[in-house]
Design a protein around this ligand. Structure first.
Ligand SMILES: Nc1ncnc2c1ncn2[C@@H]1O[C@H](COP(=O)(O)OP(=O)(O)OP(=O)(O)O)[C@@H](O)[C@H]1O
Ligand SMILES: [Mg+2]
Length: 497
């Protein structure tokens, strides 16, 4: 029996067709994967199903009845709940407040009773959460649970998860998978978007592949292989292997000694970290999210105060340290929407955020639109940014294409030091391949790269040396050529060497 059926759904933005005559059938009680390159139209389609966008044409059926999903309230009434690619929780509010937001007549709100209700609901799905906790104090994995409980609280039958695993650690992914399996066992239906092919094959019953707004295939996952799905997605054969040249280290570019840094709440997040990074080297920092990686990266890039210890070159001596020390810095932060982009600026503007005062982008204090636009056009080509023009706002770009803007900006101009946090997060496999090749080329040119990632496999393929960070400390530094996944994985989880 079909839960959701789409017939000839089309959606354009201006003259750009984001969804082109989409037909899709989602069977009740199944997990249905959606695959496609960055910008293929996945999130747009899900926004249509959850009532945020209206299709230009086509028909949606729920349980074989034609419906019009004119708002997210209508979607909720029809049993559809969406967990967005970028979470939509309010950080200053508690779990309970976020979950009940907009559902109750607040005049008669009994918070205590709601907390108990939410506790019970979350426990019945093995989704442990503290209903009194503030969202801003919770790790992403738990925030995601809150999003799930939020839609279950609204009695969703169909749950749509847009790239839910992109921000999760391996153990969080495993627990999410268990939760999803249990939801399906209880009669729920799930749409699951991911760029990780193995994950889709293992978890999903069926998969639909979008390419440039169109459905190119819809199949069961039983006999599918990652290579096959990749070929369908991209329309060309892609090479999943990378070639890494041996290190030829030059002079020291970055030196960190006994570094101590506190987090936003004043708690020590980085303790006693020391290392040196030379030209042509990639040092990987492997660790579970939230073990001080962000604070370490911010401090090195001069965005956070150093409590103790030294960084050379000193990022605090001058806000323009990049120029004074003749060190050009590229920083790819982990939260692209908060720290990487100005969402209301267009692509061209976002690409010159660091250089807008310089020639050729500015002359006698006036912005030079031609130079800015030409810069954008070449970045779009070079990084294969899929967008309908250079004057599209960052907010209107697909998640992966937002990430490509940051990469294009931060890797421009031959930086000497690149601090990359989760540089491939949210990218499709073709784009991951391109970015990794580009970073290896930067290394060969002589850039020193600090490569911070929670994906161990990525670290193993990309890095020359691997430091494991745990509770703010480097608990081991390895030569990547002889390190093993088991050894590093154990240390990441707090095991002893
Ligand atoms: N509000 C909007 N205005 C203009 N263009 C838009 C808007 N929303 C999406 N688009 C465009 O539609 C296309 C599809 O975007 P969508 O977000 O659906 O991609 P996606 O498949 O989810 O990609 P990703 O894997 O990167 O998240 C993109 O080219 C995007 O720029
Ligand atoms: Mg998307």
């Amino acid at each position: 029996m079909s839960y959701l059926h789409l017939e000839n759904i089309t959606k354009s933005f201006g003259n750009f067709i984001a969804n082109d005559n989409i037909n899709l059938n989602i069977e009740t009680g199944t997990i249905h994967g959606i695959l496609g390159e960055n910008g293929a139209g996945k999130s747009t389609l899900m926004n249509i199903i959850s009532g945020l966008y209206q299709p230009d044409s086509g028909q949606i059926f729920i349980n074989n009845n034609p419906v019009k999903i004119s708002s997210s309230a209508t979607a909720i009434k029809l049993g559809i709940g969406m967990i967005h690619q970028h979470f939509m929780l309010i950080p200053k509010l508690t779990v309970t407040e976020n979950i009940i937001l907009g559902t109750d007549n607040n005049l008669h709100l009994n918070l205590r009773q709601k907390q108990v209700e939410i506790s019970k609901l979350s426990q019945s799905y093995n989704l442990e959460i503290d209903p009194t906790a503030k969202i801003e104090n919770l790790p992403v994995g738990i925030q995601q649970r809150v999003e799930i409980v939020k839609v279950l609280y609204r009695q969703a039958k169909l749950l749509i998860l847009d790239e839910p695993t992109a921000v999760l650690t391996p153990s969080e992914i495993q627990s999410l998978i268990n939760i999803l399996r249990q939801l399906v066992a209880n009669g729920h239906t799930i749409i699951f978007i991911s760029h990780k092919l193995e994950e889709v094959i293992n978890l999903c019953d069926c998969v639909t592949i979008l390419r440039r707004g169109k459905v190119v295939a819809s199949t069961t996952t039983k006999e599918a292989t990652p290579q096959q799905l990749a070929d369908l997605m991209i329309g060309r054969v892609i090479n999943l292997q990378l070639e890494k040249k041996p290190v030829s280290s030059g002079k020291i570019v970055l030196s960190v000694q006994n570094l101590q840094v506190v987090d936003d709440r004043g708690v020590i997040a980085v303790k006693n970290i020391s290392f040196e990074l030379r030209e042509g080297e990639i040092l990987g920092v492997a660790g579970v999210d939230g073990n001080g990686q962000r604070e370490l990266a911010d401090a090195i890039c001069g965005l956070r105060k150093v409590k103790q210890g030294k960084i050379y070159p000193d990022p605090n001596s001058s806000p323009l340290f990049a120029r004074e020390e003749n060190l050009r810095l590229g920083y790819i932060p982990d939260d692209r929407q908060k720290n990487g982009l100005v969402m209301e600026f267009d692509i061209a503007e976002n690409l010159i955020l660091k250089l807008f005062k310089n020639l050729p982008f500015s002359r006698h204090g006036l912005l030079q639109r031609d130079a800015i636009n030409n810069n954008a056009i070449s970045a779009i080509t070079e990084f294969d940014i899929r967008a309908n023009g250079i004057n599209i706002k960052a907010r209107q770009l697909s998640g992966g294409n937002q990430q490509k803007i940051i990469l294009a900006r931060e890797l421009a101009g031959e930086p000497e030091l690149i601090v990359a946090m989760q540089p491939t997060r949210g990218l499709d496999i073709g784009a991951i391949e391109a970015v990794q090749r580009r970073l290896l080329a930067e290394k060969e040119r002589g850039a020193a790269i600090l490569y911070i990632s929670t994906e161990l496999e990525e670290i193993m393929t990309m890095c020359d040396y691997i430091a494991v960070i745990y509770q703010g400390e480097f608990v081991g530094i390895f030569d990547a050529a002889i390190a093993t996944v088991e050894e590093i994985g154990l240390l990441m989880g707090g095991g002893i060497r």
